[in-house]
Design a protein around this ligand. Structure first.
Ligand code: FHN
Length: 646
């Protein structure tokens, strides 16, 4: 039965923690010295009841309570965690040993915001039995999540905090698997600037006969990548700035919109049989990649599967794929290889909703039809199987671009779990915010970033707002439809290039879409337009790649980017008198030059920066002026620019 443990067993925090590691975790024992690490503090300290000994910490369990509103327990140990851990998520564990005799006597590992806001998991005497207990408290309102009696006086407990959720586990021995205890939302105090801490708490001790619990192996790890690690993972993408989006499938035979025209312009039965005619014999992966390269694009995102469920690779999990068309060839294999050979990152777009697959509950846009025998858990496994199959067969990918997350069957839990699952398969993969449920519609920003996985925001058919904090990428069609449409209206070269400049000026990426034709070619006029973009970028694009947006925010006037001590001005509209007045930048302009033809005069004064240029010297798309300033341009405070045409 219960192993008797010496009554005066001491609390020995035999932590395997010490120097803070790069990811903000604690990796070695911090209690080998004569004092607690800097920053660690006691709340309601009783100096008589704790001491450092044998590489650990000894604390006595005294009367007092933290559960509910009393909050008078002594020796509440508070351990600050690195900023990065707040965002990347933390994984905490500690081993407790105690033989309590006093009702509710306990020792807890706590994810702590305030005495009134925390999640605990610990060893506690409940109805006479030593138990693992997980509980949540918000505004002192308590909720017990689980009580699991155990037959031992020793247990290792764990809290894993990611995306705003706290999961509790325990195991009896180091070789045992973790047992799920429960899950709850983080009790983040609203309106405050509280940062989470780790806390060790012992309370509800016997006033006559206080025990000393035993705690060992306190570990604090980062769950996912920290901000610094994520920035490193996304560096190629941030510097690449410009990608090709490709929406393609058998629907191109109809020239109607992919997914959305199923059951509308094209009767469902007819739509679902198009693949039997799909034979794009002109498809040439090298050609597509060449078009992307000529345009100045650095990555390519292909619809591996859109909402219509058709797969552009010979998936072993369905028959509805390219291998079962007259064409038979593995488009994704050919394209991924061509990308690799040409220094273009191969990426895939994958739709979460699937109006074709029998297990996905909804059978048409907006859930107008529901399938008779749907099975979402089985569909979710299908989605995991296929996304893993894509990474395994065509990876490493640059990005897995999710979409179709807005329908009811998809949940934040599915999304966060899928993100973690794929990041384990390919740790340097980039995944957009549409994997989870936080997206603000077409604005593409993310609600409650700490609750929803996804590395960047995805404004659609619009240029995202200036934002240097959160990575973002505008996705936009070169025509109007995502999939190919005969005689679709196509954007002018000016609009295409100015869209790219205003996007990178806002510190975002542009994912620009083409819809190839049913014969496998990208429409020649779209190829021509992309060539025009590439030609302009080869002349003036030095400020587009590997730069950051700003300091002058994009607007009617134009846009700006910066790198080191350079500021690139992309001037698009001028005042009637032919000049342009820009706000001061708080840095001295030590030199300037115009990258396009002509003579520019730049005058810096207390009022700001005056740009004078003959109208004959202006580039009809954007006149590029490079400023050299006396310091790091990125540190200039971003500023709005008044509309010059008013
Ligand atoms: O329905 C899709 C649409 O077909 C296209 O794939 C775009 C690209 O971002 N996303 C969805 C519409 O928001």
């Amino acid at each position: 039965m219960k192993k008797r443990v010496n009554k005066f067993l001491i609390v020995v925090l035999m932590a395997l923690i010490g120097n803070v590691s790069a990811d903000g975790g604690q990796k070695e024992n911090p209690f080998t010295g004569g004092s607690l690490p800097d920053g660690w503090t006691w709340k309601r300290a009783n100096p008589e009841a704790w001491r450092l000994r044998d590489g650990g910490l000894e604390v006595k369990i005294e009367p007092g309570n933290m559960w509910g509103s009393k909050n008078d327990a002594k020796n509440v140990l508070l351990i600050p965690i690195a900023e990065d851990l707040q965002e990347s998520g933390a994984d905490l564990q500690a081993t407790f040993e105690n033989s309590p005799t006093w009702r509710w006597e306990q020792v807890d590992l706590v994810w702590y915001y305030r005495d009134s806001h925390m999640v605990k998991i610990g060893l506690e005497l409940v109805k006479g039995r030593n138990s693992v207990v997980m509980g949540r408290e918000e505004n002192d309102r308590t909720r017990t999540i689980k009580i699991i009696p155990i037959e031992q006086d020793r247990v290792t407990v764990r809290l894993r905090v990611t995306a705003g959720q706290v999961r509790g586990y325990y195991r009896l021995g180091p070789e045992d698997n973790w047992t799920d205890v429960g899950i709850c939302e983080e009790p983040r105090p609203t309106g405050g600037s509280d940062k989470a801490k780790v806390s060790i708490q012992c309370y509800q001790g016997d006033p006559q006969n206080p025990h000393w619990a035993r705690i060992t192996e306190l570990k604090i790890d980062s769950v996912t990548a920290t901000k610094a690690q994520r920035d490193a993972r996304m560096r190629w993408w941030r510097e690449g700035r410009f990608g090709m989006f490709v929406h393609w499938g058998p629907v191109s035979l109809k020239g109607t919109e992919i997914g959305w025209s199923r059951g509308k312009q094209v009767p469902t039965e007819q739509y679902d049989l198009l693949y039997k005619q799909f034979n794009p014999t002109e498809f040439d992966a090298e050609e597509w990649v060449g078009v992307a390269k000529d345009a100045g694009m650095k990555y390519l995102v292909l619809t591996s599967k859109h909402h219509d469920g058709f797969c552009l690779w010979p998936s072993k999990y369905t028959d509805y794929h390219i291998g079962n068309t007259p064409f038979k060839r593995d488009v994704m294999k050919e394209l991924s290889e061509a990308c690799r050979e040409n220094g273009i990152r191969f990426c895939t777009y994958h739709s979460i909703c699937d109006w074709y697959h029998p297990d996905y509950p909804l059978g048409s846009p907006g859930g107008r039809t529901v399938k008779p025998t749907h099975n979402m858990p089985r569909y979710y496994q299908y989605l995991k199987n296929q996304t893993k199959e894509i990474v395994d067969n065509y990876g490493p990918l640059g990005i897995m671009w999710f979409d179709g997350e807005w329908e009811k069957p998809w949940t934040r839990e599915y999304g966060n779990e899928l993100y973690s699952y794929l990041m384990k398969i390919q740790p340097n993969l980039i995944i957009n915010n549409r994997v989870s449920k936080g997206r603000h519609g077409m604005a593409g920003t993310t609600k409650e970033v700490h609750l929803n996985s996804g590395d960047y925001d995805t404004p659609e058919q619009q240029i995202g707002g200036f934002n240097r904090e959160r990575p973002w990428e505008t996705c936009m069609t070169i025509c109007r439809q995502w999939a190919w449409k005969p005689n679709d209206q196509m954007k002018s070269a000016t609009e295409c290039i100015q869209t790219l400049l205003r996007t990178v000026g806002g510190d975002g990426n542009l994912l620009f879409n083409v819809g190839p034709m049913p014969d496998g070619r990208i429409e020649p006029r779209q190829v021509e337009r992309l060539k025009e973009m590439g030609t302009w970028l080869r002349k003036y694009g030095d400020g587009v790649y590997a730069t950051r947006g700003g300091p002058l925010k994009p607007g009617k006037w134009g846009a700006s980017t910066c790198r080191d001590n350079k500021v690139y001005l992309y001037l698009m509209n001028w005042r009637d008198d032919g000049n342009l007045l820009l706000p001061g930048i708080g840095r001295k302009i030590i030199s300037y030059r115009i990258l396009s033809a002509g003579e520019v005069l730049v005058k810096q004064s207390g009022d700001g920066i005056e740009i004078h240029l003959q109208s004959s010297d202006r580039d009809k798309i954007a006149t590029v002026v490079e400023l050299t300033v006396d310091g790091k341009a990125f540190s200039i405070d971003p500023a709005e620019v008044a509309d010059p045409t008013i």
